[in-house]
Ligand binder design. Structure first.
Ligand SMILES: Cc1cc2nc3c(=O)[nH]c(=O)nc-3n(C[C@H](O)[C@H](O)[C@H](O)COP(=O)(O)O)c2cc1C
Length: 148
């Protein structure tokens, strides 16, 4: 979820709102390193991977060299994989990534929605834009579409 289309789609499905995670990370106010925001903006919807599925701890993360190593281990060890095998790629990674900006330090969460994120606005500007887009879709595109 990232924009007015996401919001209108969620409302059409009967939801009262939408859950927006990754989009908020790439905002001016988000208390994370600029490198993280830039990595999200640079990523396409093809740049995430699912890790730790064999451990029943699935996480969608941004692809990087550490994630490639992690997935190699998953493939090599199969059902024998243990947390201990991937500690280097997942343990203690968040402070390094989010505070120090070492975005290749390990696996960190990122939605496929990164493909829809192209800027780093203020939260106010982002919400204003989403609401403007949603109002336009509802008031113009959808208005009267059921009349015929
Ligand atoms: C930095 C970050 C950390 C996250 N940590 C968790 C987590 O610990 N557990 C979890 O279930 N989901 C986690 N998520 C995934 C969120 O549940 C997910 O972002 C949310 O469903 C919204 O999806 P979106 O990011 O595509 O908007 C995390 C997401 C981000 C961006």
């Amino acid at each position: 979820m990232a924009d007015g289309r996401s919001l209108v789609a969620a409302l059409a499905l009967g939801a009262d709102g939408m859950n927006m995670g990754t989009r908020f990370i790439a905002t001016r106010e988000a208390p994370v390193h600029e490198n993280v925001k830039r990595a999200i903006v640079a990523a396409s919807e093809l740049d995430t991977r699912l890790v730790m599925r064999p451990l029943r701890n699935t996480e969608r993360v941004l692809k990087n060299a550490a994630v490639d190593r992690l997935l190699d281990k998953e493939r090599a060890l199969g059902a024998n994989l243990k947390f201990e095998d991937i500690l280097e790629q997942v343990a203690g990674v968040y402070p390094k990534v989010m505070q120090e900006g070492a975005v290749d330090a390990g696996a960190w969460s990122c939605g496929m929605v990164a493909g829809l994120i192209h800027d780093i606005p203020s939260v106010q500007a982002l919400i204003d834009r989403i609401m403007g887009e949603a109002h336009a879709i509802i008031g113009q595109r959808l208005a009267g579409s059921l009349a015929a």
